[in-house]
Design a protein around this ligand. Structure first.
Ligand code: GLY
Length: 339
């Protein structure tokens, strides 16, 4: 389980970095500009590793760059990597740290809502291989996660909106009360932090009981089988959509599949669709063929013996997992919901 520090005071990082032989800070070109300056002065003199921003750079080349810097600077096994950024940075930095000399400690300081509620928590690290999402990765918990919603003010609106897909996902798979309460985007920092904490608590609880995704952790992938295919294909076609936009569209299709396979009722399905459209900006897939999307889904990590497997909904607040669905049914659902 992740140790989480909720704070508006980043100087609280200082005592917890003491004792490491060296401290490295990983940023992308955006977080270097907007978030690095918010760190305490004492950390600014540390070695900063900069990679280009964007999901397309969550790849082997960026990972190699990090590993090179650590090697050049003679980082030993007692060095620390602080990942300051969104999901791309915490996934990439976590992966590099977990493989360097068989693993050094890393802290995640998520700067996006998506990072705070999902990527930075739960110990999944990863990079993409070509356009396959997180094709290479490890399970390695960040030693500390520092959550400070002040970083959210540095985010473009579209990023913030897109992350709501993951917030809605938590409500749909595990928290009907939160689903009912989510009627508008929170405006105050207190409301924002409250939602972030609720999502993190759900994720921590699920990942604590199943850290390596053998069972209920698969619930966290609701919307992601179709969503990752949309995201991967959008990158392949050089028309990238945001992760949350893809997941929002994926959740719409997977909610439809839930009617047949998970006993989700039609009124709940309609309620889900309207809330997703209210909070998120679901990806448009007019330029993608269903066959192209299915090709991506065949690589999904939940599949078993060539069967595409889904995490679906029994009802709002109650998810189910390991549901095999035929390609014909998937194609039909995509056609009905998104085409
Ligand atoms: N993002 C899904 C998980 O961490 O399991």
């Amino acid at each position: 389980m992740n140790s989480i520090l909720y704070t508006h005071d980043l100087s609280q990082l200082l005592p917890i970095v003491e004792g490491y032989s060296a401290v490295f800070i990983l940023v992308d070109s955006n977080t270097e500009k907007y978030c690095l300056p918010l760190l305490p002065e004492e950390l600014k003199g540390k070695d900063v590793i900069i990679v280009p921003a964007g999901e397309e750079n969550k790849n082997l080349a960026s990972c190699t760059k990090i590993l090179h810097v650590l090697t050049e600077k003679n980082a030993d096994r007692h060095a620390l990597l602080i990942n300051l950024g969104g999901g791309m940075i915490t996934d990439l930095g976590g992966f590099a740290a977990s493989t360097y000399k068989r693993g050094i400690d890393f802290f995640n300081v998520p700067t996006s809502l998506l990072g705070m509620v999902d990527a930075a928590i739960g110990g999944k690290t990863g990079i993409n291989l070509e356009n396959y999402k997180n094709q290479l990765g490890t399970f390695q918990i960040a030693k500390n996660v520092i959550v400070n919603d002040i970083f959210l003010d540095t985010l473009p609106d579209a990023e913030f909106k897109s992350a709501y897909a993951e917030v809605l996902k938590y409500a749909l798979i595990a928290d009907k009360e939160m689903w009912n309460e989510l009627n508008s985007v929170p405006e105050t920092s207190r409301e924002r932090m409250d939602i972030i904490k609720r999502c993190i608590n759900i994720k921590n609880e699920i990942t604590l009981s199943d850290p390596h995704e053998k069972a209920e952790r698969k619930l966290l992938n609701f919307g992601h089988t179709v969503g990752h295919a949309i995201e991967g294909l959008s990158h392949e076609k050089n028309k990238p959509v945001l992760h949350g936009e893809a997941i929002a569209a994926g959740m719409m299709v997977e909610s439809y599949l839930s009617i047949a396979k998970g006993e989700l009722s039609e009124p709940e399905f309609i309620e889900i669709l309207s809330k997703i459209k209210l909070f998120c900006n679901p990806a448009n897939i007019d330029d993608f063929s269903i066959e192209e999307l299915l090709a991506f889904m065949r690589q999904d990590k939940k599949n078993y013996k060539s069967e595409i497997r889904f995490s679906l909904l029994k009802s709002i607040g109650d998810g189910i997992f390991d549901i095999g669905i035929s390609e014909e049914e998937i194609a039909e659902a995509i056609g009905i919901v998104l085409k």
